[in-house]
Design a protein around this ligand. Sequence first.
Ligand code: IVH
Length: 680
Amino acid sequence: MQLSLLDSAEQPPNAENRVTELRLLLEHHNRRYYQLDTPEISDSEYDALFRELLGLEEQCPELITPESPTQRVGEAPTSRFRAVAHGLPMLSLENAFNDEEIKSKLDARIKKELGLPDSVVMSYMCEPKMDGLAVELVYERGVLTVASTRGDGVTGEDVTQNIRTIRALPLRLTSEGVPDLLEIRGEVFLSLDAFQKINQVREENGEPSFANPRNAAAGSLRQLDPRITARRPLSIYCYAPGRVEGALFSSQYEFLNAVSRWGLPVNPMARRVDGVDGVVAYYHEMQEIRESLPYEIDGTVIKVDSFQLQRELGEKSRAPLWAIACKFPPRQAETQIEDILLSVGRTGVITPVAQLKPVEISGVTVSRATLHNWDEMAAKDIRIGDTVVVERAGDVIPAIVRVVEERRNGSERAVLPPQNCPECGSAVVRITDEVAIRCIGISCPPQIREAIKHFASRGAMDIEGLGDKVVEQLLSLGLVRTVADLYRLTKDDFMRFERMGDKLASNLLSALNVSKNCDLGRYIFALGIRHVGERTAKSLAQAYGSLANLEKATVEELTSVRDIGATVAQSIVTFFNNPDNRAVIKQLRECGVDPAVVAKTVGGRLSGKNFVFTGALTRFTRDYARKQVEDQGGNVVGSVSRKTNYVVAGDEAGSKLIKARELGITVLGEDEFLNLLEAH
Ligand code: IVH
């Protein structure tokens, strides 16, 4: 919904439904993000949903409820960042690209400005030039009060909440001599390790990966929701003062030592050197150790150490005369693309990857480069056979900067996005507003693992014992290809596992059997339809009564269901339109998995009573028992909780029986259960 297009103050049509849908979506995605660690949507998609909800609530304040995700005190993101004026402007630096420039633009110029003879040996502070983004922190009486981005140098954005998530940054300065006011500048960055992890997750979720750690740090710091920032392990090194009241430093060296004593992180590689020769030596040394540092640097920053001399030198056109950035040459090389391969991620995202003629870039042999996504590949017009400029920008897999078009000879071949998944052959979809192309086949190998884990999980089919380890073994032994295969497993299959006893195998089989009788809502949730969380699945179960009905639903019908809007509806229809998904559902049905909502007998004798069946039943089948209970108004549930009224235990009942005893729940034998049914 394009809110900006609505210019009247009236409640937009379906606002109420959309608001509820958005809340459920946000809750669902929060859970995937924070609890399950398997986000389904990108941070920006999450932000977009959040903003849409904020917008709707602004338009229709009567729809605001205290439990809306927008109302969470303390963690609510702001709709946009507040502007913060810097006490002193945040300047930029002039660049030097080689030894000669360092000498002429720094040392020679400074001496000329100060009227010093060439023979004078200046004292310089040398620091790595962190490749992140500059921020200003304000400490008032030692307490962090405001943090802002550099912005245009005069005004930045208030990112205090996000900066506060940086673990290494003290919220209060300790030790003696803390000034009344300390404005301090520093660089926020991501370690290479953290960067790679973030990109991995993004690629798996079909989101465009960040091109380099700097972009990733910037993206993380400018998150509207500080909870997302908190998940990105940002770091910071402080390097320059702004306004300071109540403390005096005579040099950069003294300044760095003092702030470090107060608990602020300072780069340990900073070093004071004598003369321009020391500066050049430091520049070379850093260039050499650059690859071994755990973070990206793109050069060194050299500053005249004495603050007195800094003041005398002053600044010119927004850059100080007392400092310079000595940039490293880019880590690039030319090579040829031998092939473009398709890689399928855990969530079905299909990414193009270039196979390169191996080339060495600053000591590392590079033979693959990510093309990120199809849009980017098309924009750069990258083809098989092309000569390309490859750059290592901190990522393990380097990126292709551009095609060297002059080297084309007409034999190059463009690669179009695939129509079918290279792993399973299933048709691929391109989801609106997403750059990724995704295979949504339920039996696509990289996805099966996650699909099965989700299917068996607690909120879904709740198949006790079918944890990650068992799933891994099932897959490595080739015993399952789809979730339906789970129901065809035999005891012998399980006995092939390492560390599998007779008892455990029986329990697994009986847990699988029990799961066949789960309620429809759980089953719908278990199918892992994008955007369909537990609550949405319940609403769908109530509205449709069976999966067969749901399979036939149209987007239009679905949107009339409580809490369901266009996003969820479309995702459901896409899921059931996929022939592979339909085939798996058919197989599940053949295996006896076809839960339906049974019309309940209201006011029956067992009305409101919850039953759990466990162990091997010999006197009757589970289906029979369920029908009997439900006919008399009771419910059959899968797991034991305080809400359970009766646990009916057959032979070899396991953990559920133990739990029932712990909770003091009435345990019935099979005969006792039959007696209960017949009692008047
Ligand atoms: S000093 C006037 N020190 O480089 C003083 N800057 O091109 C300017 N940077 O915006 C800042 N590491 O983002 C300084 N050790 C360091 C730095 C550093 C990285 C960045 C900073 C600044 C840019 C200037």
